[in-house]
Design a protein around this ligand. Structure first.
Ligand code: IPE
Ligand code: IPE
Ligand code: MG
Length: 242
């Protein structure tokens, strides 16, 4: 039982992050430690994602955004990239069947035009189903996502759609992949790396960060509890003073 399994504790919901974002890192090192190919690490990481997404839904987190494949991850070997794409394909196929029953709306954030046509079609179907589900839980999968790329695209789209108008923070936000979603309250990075790696650059302006040495395939619901517990102790000032 995690600390958030009992949702009846008074006042607890107020301190629950509405939006958690995770950089799912450490799959390769997890596999290496076991003498397995990196692809085995990605398969194990995908299982961890399934468990964590379900847990976040159950404890009442509204948005879970995970970094699955960056705009820079194409630098990896063809075998590794295609195994990650294979896992994505399988996940989306499953989602098409189970999303309504599981009550989690799944969205893919990133430049999906570079993905294979069948994956693009699965994303289209997922979005269509997602738009009809009545649920508060949403899982965003960042695929071929880069924070800088997202901002450049947003500015280009704004320039094409609203030329000659004033660009403000609110207007720019409308053109980001995360349009209409709250910024992440808590960003978690496992695997011991202390960097952002081009994730949610705009949206993380006032996010709280939580780092842990646990490798993503080993990450448990207990690690989510620990991150939330730590989050609850933070004093979010947003530049103000007490
Ligand atoms: C994260 O794990 C998954 C992706 C970046 C696709 P890594 O594959 O980066 O694992 P490490 O960092 O090499 O251990
Ligand atoms: C960030 O991890 C991207 C994802 C987890 C998808 P990386 O493993 O690509 O990041 P770096 O190279 O360590 O910064
Ligand atoms: Mg890594």
């Amino acid at each position: 039982m995690g600390i958030f399994d009992n949702k009846k504790t008074a006042g607890q919901d107020l301190l629950l992050p509405r939006h958690i974002a995770i950089i799912m890192d450490g799959n390769g090192r997890w596999a290496k430690k076991r003498g397995l190919p990196r692809t085995a690490g990605h398969a194990a990481g995908a299982e961890t994602f399934r468990r964590i997404a379900t847990y976040c839904r159950d404890i009442g987190v509204e948005y879970l955004t995970v970094y699955a494949f960056s705009t820079e991850n194409w630098k990896r070997s063809v075998q590794e990239v295609s195994s990650i794409m294979g896992l994505l394909r399988r996940y989306l196929e499953e989602a098409v069947d189970s999303m309504t029953r599981e009550r989690v709306r799944i969205k893919v954030l990133g430049d999906t035009s570079a993905l294979s046509p069948d994956i693009q079609e699965l994303i289209r179907r997922t979005e269509e189903i997602g738009s009809k589900i009545d649920t508060k839980a949403q899982a965003n999968l960042c695929v071929n996502y880069g924070g800088r790329d997202e901002i450049v695209r947003a500015v280009r789209r704004w320039a094409a759609e609203e030329p000659g108008t004033q660009l403000t923070e609110d207007v720019l936000s409308k053109y980001l992949y995360t349009a209409g979603m709250p910024d992440p309250d808590l960003i978690i990075r496992p695997s011991g790396e202390i960097r952002i790696s081009n994730f949610l650059l705009w949206q993380s302006a006032y996010s709280e960060f939580y780092f842990t040495d646990v490798l993503w395939p080993d990450f448990t619901t207990g690690d989510i509890d620990r991150a939330i517990e730590e989050f609850r102790k933070r004093d979010r000032r947003y530049g103000g003073a007490k």
